[in-house]
Design a protein around this ligand. Sequence first.
Ligand code: PLP
Length: 389
Amino acid sequence: MVSKNQIWANEPALGAVYTQAEVDAVLAALHESMDPHIGFRAKNREMIFEDAFGAYCGAQFAIAYNGAGTALDMVLHCLDLRPGDEVISGALNFVGAHVSVIRQGGKLVLSEIDPATLNLDPADVERRISDRTRAILVTHMNGMPADMKALERLAARHEHPVFGPPKLIIDAARACGAEDGEGPVGSRGWATIFSFQSKKLMTTLGEGGMVTTQDVNLAKRLRRLRSFGKNEEWGSNYKMTKLQAAVGLVQLRRLDAMNMKRIKLAQQRNELLRHVAELTLPPEFQGREHVYYRYALLVPPAWAGELRNEVMLTLNRNHGIGSIVADPPTYLTHPWIREHIGSHSLPLAESVAERLFCPALHPLMEHEENESMCEAIIATVQSISRTAN
Ligand SMILES: *Cc1c(COP(=O)(O)O)cnc(C)c1O
């Protein structure tokens, strides 16, 4: 028998919710494009989507890309890194972000994380900052914004002799629609990168990305770079399609509602799991300071590794609930990153990753369903607790 929960046995392949409005938008854009005098060129739709997204984030400029990966590549390219220039980033991360730093010629310097948020620990960043530091790549892990104020202050304290304070580049691939305590994610730092890949909080038909910035020169350069450099410099084709932009506009209008569903489900989990002594729950907020792209739990230090794996296995096997470790230190999973950073370890990041698991969360989950998932988590933790003692 397939239990109802079985549908959440894996990480949801589509993070957003699609409705008839998205279907209508695609069809309208498709019909329009079939005219040989119009075609599929994104031009106007792309502009409308960019303007709407920029306004939503409180950013002066928004530049659409075909993915967050290429967008981050090009933002890093705009740093014009010289050999030995350093970029600091949190050890728990999406591998793509670190691959991008290395590919663009940066020396990747990994920093420890705050175990409560999985985000960069500003104090540890400050210890690792040097006169070669050109940028701090800040990933808002799993939908929770990092401590931007602290990072801005420390960047200002450590001016590079030629290039000024290290640039804050924010990877908000998982934090579209979140707020960082001062304002919307996307309004701060040098550049913020968003992803509209299929699993993310909103999606433009499975792939897509956006950069927001307040820097007019960066915006101009990013526009050139996605269009073969517009005869002024090197470039390639990183453009979003018209159909993607049309759907993006619809998804953006519904983003707050989709995020609110996630927030409500996470709050319900916090409420139901509060008394489980073995579990460390994600920090709580009232507003959109965490949009719960993923709901992260920590098991006790004594359960690190083996018993954490047992929890995940039992949840999946006995209850049809999928969970993932998001994310382990990138240098443990990607051999190139390991080779690049050489032999050093980040013990805190490694130990937290061994205790971490994120049970599936999706805006289409019903509250009753969420409740039975919590009951399953409690039963599983209790059974592991008995074997552990
Ligand atoms: C998904 C993701 C990316 C890459 O986004 P794409 O649009 O798939 O290229 C980058 N960083 C983080 C943190 C992500 O979660």
